[in-house]
Design a protein around this ligand. Structure first.
Ligand SMILES: C[S@@+](CC[C@H](N)C(=O)[O-])C[C@H]1O[C@@H](n2cnc3c(N)ncnc32)[C@H](O)[C@@H]1O
Length: 280
């Protein structure tokens, strides 16, 4: 089979399997299979049985819904790469926007700011924050040891182990001291919506990273209620939320949790996505 024929076969298989943008995915999978990108391919070159076998296995896995990032083992986040492991949440583009918002606030803080990332997963937000300010001291927690191991790998790989402390904790349970900035992308899918998530998410992302309880607000409310005790005066809390949750969270925050200047910002798709609150 030539490269052109292999691409056409892969594209057809992926389209039949319901994979969106099948032609693009076919090219990405072939690049993974042969270990080099389209610039190095000649359409009429014959693919060896070894590479064809690899392509077939990748196409089959993708048809079963396995996310591309898990097949590749890596994903991009802002301007750096993160290792992704099965069972650890794959960072999403919305969270890159959360990171940009957080980095904007971080740059305004006085020297040696203490920063906290709650539910760090691969360590995406913690790494983005540590890279944004070399004097920031970042603490990143997760309740899942597997996520922490993956985050540790990424932190080391990015040379940030001196400035990011990883810790097992159920939200604030094992934390002490005050932070000038707390960020989190907590689980926020309403429980009854879990079954309607795309297969790629439903079957390949860990439930604890998605399930936000009956209305999807359990984790966010728990963080909101406890955050003021761990924020220094004037410190910021930033949360990623699901569209439709903003009003409930702003009302909850105004009900006396100790946050002022609460506001909600939209993501690039125009959806209410980020909750911001400042400690008195
Ligand atoms: C949606 S994922 C976000 C991961 C990462 N921050 C990102 O944005 O890519 C939520 C993370 O919160 C963690 N988590 C869930 N419940 C937790 C809890 N009670 N305490 C600490 N971490 C928790 C999950 O293990 C998961 O890694």
């Amino acid at each position: 089979m030539t490269v052109r024929e292999a691409l056409s076969w892969a594209c057809g298989e992926l389209a039949r399997g319901g994979v969106e943008e099948a032609a693009r995915e076919a090219r990405r999978l072939l690049a993974l299979a042969v270990g080099e990108g389209p610039a190095a391919w000649s359409p009429s070159a014959t693919l060896s049985r070894y590479f064809l076998g690899r392509l077939r296995r990748l196409v089959e896995a993708r048809k079963r819904g396995m996310p591309f990032a898990l097949l590749a083992g890596w994903t991009g986040f802002l301007d750096f790469e993160l290792k992704v492991w099965p069972g650890v949440f794959i960072p999403r583009p919305e969270t890159e926007e959360l990171a940009e918002l957080a980095c904007g606030l971080l740059r305004e803080l006085p020297p040696r700011p203490r920063v906290l990332d709650l539910g760090t997963g691969t360590g995406a937000l913690a790494c983005a924050l540590a890279r944004a300010r070399s004097d920031a001291q970042v603490v990143a927690v997760d309740c899942d040891p597997r996520a922490l191991a993956c985050a540790r790998w990424n932190v080391r790989n990015l040379g940030l182990d001196e400035r990011i402390r990883l810790q097992r904790s159920h939200w604030f349970s094992s934390l002490e001291g005050e932070f000038q900035l707390i960020v989190s992308n907590p689980p926020y899918v309403a429980r009854e919506g879990l079954a309607r998530l795309p297969r790629e998410v439903r079957e390949f992302e860990p439930r604890r990273a998605l399930d936000g309880g009956p209305q999807g607000l359990e984790a966010a409310k728990s963080i909101l209620a406890q955050a003021p005790r761990f924020l220094s005066s004037g410190g910021w809390l930033l949360l990623e939320i699901a569209p439709g949750q903003a009003e409930a969270l702003v009302t909850f925050a105004k009900g006396g949790v100790g946050l002022v200047e609460t506001r909600v910002e939209k993501d690039m798709a125009g959806k209410e996505r980020f909750f911001l609150g400042r400690c008195k």
